[in-house]
Design a protein around this ligand. Structure first.
Ligand code: GSH
Length: 219
């Protein structure tokens, strides 16, 4: 039996899980969430009224939240790459950085994008400025953190890098990572060159015209 991923290629949190799946060559089926087949979205909503994706369905067991999906895959569909290390302290570092990317890069990045999708008279400039300030603070910390390392956590490529890859990909489109953040920009480039994430980025290329802020002509 193969797990089913309810997913859309242009979604950052779906790309996070796809990167993990591609790292390990895990076999899975996709229920594509798009206008072509509304039944997939209806299925998602019937199981998960929060209506956020990705969602993994393993038999009749739904698994929500990209991080937990990746942890679940490692437990139930292990592959050669241990995205969460077995050693407890190393695992804590990976999970701490995973939280950093979701909470302080992806969340403010989404805030700016979702704001642009609102009707003009319902926008939230104060909230957007707070989100941009958060991104500046997170970029500064991460640039220093990446000064002496290849991947986000101390060991090899991990869950934290699966979170970082789409987060930084879209964050740079949303709130440019300045040239003075050389370590951070180099890390983003390493993530883009990683075959698992490069594949997810390629699969999402046709959807770039839908990026609400306008996708730059690069990456
Ligand atoms: N905390 C969730 C966040 C998932 C999320 O925000 N997904 C976005 C797509 S990247 C979504 O469902 N957007 C649909 C919406 O906002 O209605 C996770 O880690 O999986």
């Amino acid at each position: 039996m193969r797990p089913i991923l309810y997913s859309h290629p242009f979604s950052s949190y779906c790309q996070k899980v796809l990167t993990a799946l591609y790292e390990n060559g895990t076999e899975f089926d996709t229920r594509m969430l798009g206008p072509e087949d509304p039944s997939a979205y209806e299925e998602l909503c019937s199981v998960w009224p929060v209506k956020r994706f990705p969602m993994l369905m393993d038999g009749d067991k739904p698994v929500f939240e990209a991080t937990i999906i990746i942890e679940y895959l490692q437990v139930h569909y292990p592959g050669p790459v241990r995205l969460v290390p077995d050693a407890p302290d190393a695992a804590l570092e990976v999970r701490m950085l995973d939280r950093f990317f979701d909470n302080y890069i992806s969340t403010p990045q989404q805030k700016v994008v979702f704001n642009a999708l609102r009707p003009e008279d319902r926008r939230d400039p104060y909230g957007v400025q707070e989100a941009r300030d958060m991104l500046d603070a997170a970029y500064g910390w991460l640039d220093r953190h990446m000064a002496d390392r290849e991947w986000a956590a101390g060991g090899g490529f991990s869950l934290a890098d699966c979170a970082a890859a789409p987060a930084l990909f879209y964050a740079d489109w949303t709130h440019g990572i300045g040239a003075h953040f050389g370590n951070l920009r180099a890390y983003r480039n390493r993530l883009l060159a990683r075959p698992s994430f490069a594949r997810a980025v390629d699969e999402a290329r046709p959807y770039r015209p839908f990026f609400p802020l306008g996708a730059p002509d690069r990456d």
